[in-house]
Design a protein around this ligand. Sequence first.
Ligand SMILES: O=P(O)(O)OC[C@H]1O[C@H](OP(=O)(O)OP(=O)(O)O)[C@H](O)[C@@H]1O
Ligand SMILES: Nc1nc2[nH]cnc2c(=O)[nH]1
Length: 179
Amino acid sequence: MHQDVKEILFTEEQIQKRVREMGAQITADYAGKTILLCGILKGAVVFYTDLARQIQVPVKFDFMSCSSYGSSATSSGAVTIRKDMDNDVAGKDILIVEDIIDTGITLSYLVPYLKDRGANSVKLATLLSKPSRRQVDIHVDYNGFEIPDAFVVGYGLDYDSSYRNLPYIGILKEEIYTK
Ligand SMILES: O=P(O)(O)OC[C@H]1O[C@H](OP(=O)(O)OP(=O)(O)O)[C@H](O)[C@@H]1O
Ligand SMILES: Nc1nc2[nH]cnc2c(=O)[nH]1
């Protein structure tokens, strides 16, 4: 275990098992369709590549990059798009892939944004969700794990751009982000 991690919340094996289950559910739900899989950079990348390989219907890859002003605790709710999808979304079945849903502010902006551009359907898959932190109600179609309000890193999630490559999800020691 990394020295900056206090506790492992989900091991590599637990994550892979859950990702296989989610892929099987998505495969069943999208039978006969092609999914435009929209990953939200950068945190979702690790989950995205694992999930995509567990989906057995045709998938096209695309990505968006967003930012919300202020920290998520103080966010005004203003979300900006740094990089939009490359594909035309009209008529497509879009599955947004996130690593974590916290306040819900990012998704409360993105889902209507894609629907307004004529997507046939917009659904949401996230590996982690912190329901106790929600400021706006978000419908999550595929949820890997619900977690308490602790700061987690690994499997794509960072603190100050580090720890994204840890193969598990762990709680970061408080002294790392309070010093
Ligand atoms: O529900 P919310 O409060 O809106 O927060 C969720 C967003 O925050 C994280 O991204 P972050 O801004 O940390 O960027 P990153 O993915 O590049 O690390 C996460 O990947 C979501 O996109
Ligand atoms: N890395 C990381 N990003 C977050 N964004 C919202 N909550 C978290 C968290 O626990 N870890």
